[in-house]
Design a protein around this ligand. Sequence first.
Ligand code: HEM
Length: 422
Amino acid sequence: DERAPERDAEGTAGPPPTPPLFSQEFATDPYPTYAWLREHAPVHRTVLPSGVEAWLVTRYADARETLADPRLSKNPVHHSEAAHGKGKVGIPGERSANLMTHLLNIDPPDHTRLRRLVSKAFTPRRVAAFEPRVRELADRLIDGFAGRGRADLIHEFAFPLPIYAICDMLGVPAEDQDDFRDWAGMMIRHGGGPRGGVGRAVKRMRAYLTELIHRKRGDLGDDLISGLIRASDQGEHLTEDEAAAMAFILLFAGFETTVNLIGNGTYALLRDPEQRRLLQDASAAGDTGLLRTAVEELLRYDGPVELATWRFATEPLTIGGQRIGTGEPVLVVLAAADRDPSRFDDPDTLDLTRRDNQHLGYGHGVHYCLGAPLARLEGRVALASLLGRLPDLRLAVDPAELRWRGGLIMRGLRELPVEFEP
Ligand code: HEM
């Protein structure tokens, strides 16, 4: 195969001096492999662990252009394998639960219409008004382990915070939120559960959301689901199915991503005492400016979304000089683009004061993260609360012992054991 990673265009590059794609070693530190790909095979065809073949785009300029290219569709019907019914792309369980018509699976003009409707409910104002509630949640979670001197920050903090936050925002009653916590846990295979469990969790979540939307229709409040029901644009509304798929994608897109922002971000800070001290001092002094640039830099440096979601060529096209055939899947490697030295000075260095930081951690183009304001808020509050309340927070294990979840799209830790003075 001429496109194998062992050869570059001139056939002289030799094998990559890095672990093979998708190995455990790669999951722990994919960045050397990405550096090799950027240099030698910037648009690289690979076979994913699921057996699906896809192109990986790793340079910043190509990545940014690809994310905004209207010739690439988000709709899996354009996948060349879709005709054979392989159905391997997408969120596990979404097909059988009939949740396919959400923002990340559709193109303009349908996407434009749905996005406009949801934007009327999911406003920056709604997010900003939510800050005290996120603070309260963060404090309550820290109260749960602060007296113990040890904790697993993934299970006890990074995982529950976003799920409770998004449930609150959607208007899921408090007594049902632990069910969501369980389903969400299954969805990210937290305990390494079987894929079948994921499908079941997604179906239960859908059944619950459909019922909740139905109930709220008769009794609108000021929560986000009521906002979705109420939203209208030129006489158009979301159907109940669309509202259910929308609530689902808000949960799905807003949950594991934020877990990983808090997890990867805290981990990066704990490994860099100088940068951590800088942030801790600024945060103690109430300097929210540094907190803001810090969250952006943590997203760039080791962001939650390693690869953007699937895109499919609707016609033959060229990316970075490489021909892509109709129906072929393209995956933009955000984690590789955000360490591209031709875009970022010293890309492998964590610099919380970095200003020129147009990273692609939230994507780019019409699918740019809808939840970015909420994610930024949760990131800021989570870091400020942790560093403020546990000033001597430190890793409780050797970094080499930490296990990374090797999921395809997301990058995150399975656990993050820490210690501190109780
Ligand atoms: C889309 C990242 C948090 C909702 C995206 C995309 C990225 C991303 C990269 C684009 C994917 C693509 O083009 O293939 C992140 C990161 C987050 C985060 C890094 C946390 C740090 C959230 C939150 C929510 C959310 C909290 C909502 C509650 C969405 C939605 C989309 C999206 C609905 C689809 C937008 C569209 O297709 O128009 N996100 N996200 N995200 N995100 Fe986020």
